[in-house]
Ligand binder design. Structure first.
Ligand SMILES: [Zn+2]
Length: 245
């Protein structure tokens, strides 16, 4: 369900049943002359909308204003929009803290932008990872008081941690495509362009393939809906793995 359309009784049901609550996280960035600047975020939103057809999930209003950087293109006339990680982390902390206050304990942010080296991290995902950790510590200290972790009630912390139940799983940040996925990771090339053709055809204009001059868009003209659908199927498998109850 889209969060902004939920009634309070539906929100209480989602909390009671521990539905995953997902923030589509992304950027607005130049993706060649043939593709829309929202590609990275649209890929997350559109695959979540497909996932929602088969599973209970709360989809938060997307956050597009991440750290695109100007690595691909300077902003003038290209459309790349850059908000640095230093500004994102405080916003993310307030957002996650507020979601914890509402009662959600199964919160996820999913990002596609710059996630080819996700373990090491990039500014947008690192900012939101930091935000999640900060929000959890702040929430627990407010709810349980300082010294909560050292108290007797926590004596089985490490055993529970080994079983996978852990406060620090309350907020998680994931890449849209797992490292194991056999689908090309690129920027505005055949991989991303095919995904958009399958998920959001209005975000690609084949009439502008010929206007591309950059190395990273050279393969875009070979994109197809059929290839994109293969990537979408792999992403849906990945979402089924990471978005459990
Ligand atoms: Zn992209």
């Amino acid at each position: 369900m889209r969060y902004e359309l939920m009634l309070p009784h539906q929100i209480r049901k989602a909390i009671a049943e521990n539905w995953p609550v997902v923030l589509p996280l992304g950027v607005l960035e130049y993706h060649g002359e043939h593709m829309a600047v929202g590609m990275d975020t649209l890929a997350v939103i559109k695959t979540l909308e497909l996932f929602e057809k088969e599973r209970d999930v709360v989809i938060l209003p997307p956050f597009y204003y991440g750290a695109a950087s100007y690595a691909v293109a300077p902003p003038e006339g290209s459309g790349s929009l850059q908000v640095g990680g230093k500004a994102l982390a405080p916003f993310g902390e307030e957002l996650f803290y507020s979601l914890l206050r509402i009662g959600f304990r199964n919160i996820h942010a999913i990002i596609h932008h710059q996630t080819e080296n996700f373990a090491a991290g990039m500014p947008t995902d690192l900012a939101f990872k930091t935000a999640g950790r900060q929000a959890i510590f702040r929430f627990l200290e407010k709810e349980r008081g300082e010294g909560w972790w050292g108290s007797e009630a926590m004596a089985d912390y490490y055993a529970e941690h080994a079983e996978g139940s852990n406060f620090f799983n309350w907020v998680q940040v994931h890449p849209l495509m797992s490292a194991a996925m056999k689908y090309p990771f690129d920027h505005a090339g055949i991989g991303e362009t095919s995904l958009m053709m399958a998920l959001c055809p209005e975000a690609v204009d084949a009439a502008h393939f010929g206007d591309n001059k950059n190395w990273y868009t050279a393969s875009a003209k070979d994109a197809s809906v059929e290839f994109g659908k293969k990537g979408v199927a792999m992403i849906l498998d990945h979402l089924r793995t990471i978005l459990g109850r």
